[in-house]
Design a protein around this ligand. Structure first.
Ligand code: ZN
Length: 268
């Protein structure tokens, strides 16, 4: 969290507001946020650069800057990018001052979020798996990815090198929609099941995006608004409640260290 729908919502919200803006200064309140280069170099190199494009790869935001540099933002668990809110609060790790007077705040309560300033974005995002909302993510592609994978489905879906953008919430929701048990061995899916999983992943991500993301705790849009998709989650954090499809009781197990929610009757 935030996952693909939340990061893409932030991208869509910010893009029209920051395109063409020049970064006239940056204040770094917690240098540990800067993954590379060093914080002083980061400050030097980014000042005076104009934002030319705002892209996304998996859960990373990529600001293409003038001079061939890229500012890459990974929000991790609790990161927010807020535009022109309060000057600074205690969890603000960096503030970018834009020429038009806006401030872009990188707020991160827990300190896992990271900022990268690199020439080649591939250095940071080059090893990510395919983008599930792109046209090339087809059942055929997914079948190829799943072949020879002996592990359980859920941890595989969380592996960013396998597929980019899914996290704990949308992985559980996708497996529910597909009718597949989170512990199902990945290489045992029939072609029909692979087709269902492919469609389910795309569906839950699109629905999340339509609702502006899921806010359970930290996630906020750049104007501090919450997402709305938490109201429409079918199994995630619904332990003890009825399955929306069959009425059986939703269960929770821990799989690869993550709370995992599923219907024991519908998911095989
Ligand atoms: Zn069910």
């Amino acid at each position: 969290m935030p996952e693909l729908p939340e990061v893409e919502t932030i991208r869509r919200d910010l893009e029209p507001l920051v395109l063409g803006a020049t970064i006239v200064g940056v204040e770094i309140y917690w240098p540990g946020s800067i993954a590379r280069p060093s914080a002083p170099e980061f400050e030097d190199l980014i000042t005076g650069r104009t934002i030319l494009h705002l892209g996304r790869r998996g859960k990373y935001l990529i600001f293409a800057l003038s001079g061939g540099w890229n500012l890459i933002v990974h929000l991790a668990m609790t990161g927010r990018l807020l535009l022109n809110q309060v000057e600074r609060d205690k969890h603000t790790r960096a503030v970018f001052h834009l020429e038009d007077g806006h401030n872009l705040l990188f707020v991160n309560m827990r300190k896992f979020g990271r900022l990268y300033l690199v020439k080649d974005a591939q250095e940071v995002v080059g090893r990510l798996g395919p983008e599930p909302l792109e046209a090339e993510f087809t059942p055929q592609r997914l079948a190829h990815l799943l072949a020879n994978r002996r592990g359980a489905l859920k941890p595989l879906l969380l592996n960013q090198r396998f597929l980019a953008g899914l996290g704990n919430i949308y992985a559980d929701e996708a497996l529910f929609v597909a009718g597949l048990h989170p512990q199902r061995r990945a290489d045992t899916l029939s072609p029909e099941e692979v087709g269902r999983l492919c469609g389910a992943i795309r569906l839950v991500l699109k629905e999340g995006l339509k609702d502006g993301g899921t806010t359970l705790e930290a996630y906020r849009r750049p104007n501090e608004e919450k997402g709305r998709h938490q109201e429409r989650l079918q199994v995630f954090q619904r332990t003890g409640g009825p399955c929306p499809r069959c009425g059986a009781t939703i269960e929770r197990i821990v799989l690869a260290g993550r709370g995992t929610y599923f219907c024991p009757r519908c998911q095989r």
